[in-house]
Design a protein around this ligand. Structure first.
Ligand SMILES: [Zn+2]
Length: 67
């Protein structure tokens, strides 16, 4: 008898993933009561950066050009 799987659709994953074409992104948490002061974040070499305030993950929409 299998135990029922727990934790289905837990609301723990409030953080969003946001795709951006810019290396620098501004995040204010979406504004409102859940927002935070606007901060500028720069995508890292892996094309990702996580907002330290609201844990939103910003991901480069396209790979960085070799330039
Ligand atoms: Zn944020």
């Amino acid at each position: 008898m299998n135990a029922a799987e727990t934790g289905q659709s837990d609301s723990a994953s409030m953080a969003q993933t946001i795709y951006t074409e810019d290396r620098r992104v501004a995040c204010d948490g979406g504004g409102g009561a859940l927002g935070h002061p606007q901060v500028w974040l720069t995508l890292g070499g892996d094309g990702e950066v996580t907002c330290p305030y609201c844990s939103r993950l910003f991901v480069a929409a396209k790979p960085p050009s070799e330039d």
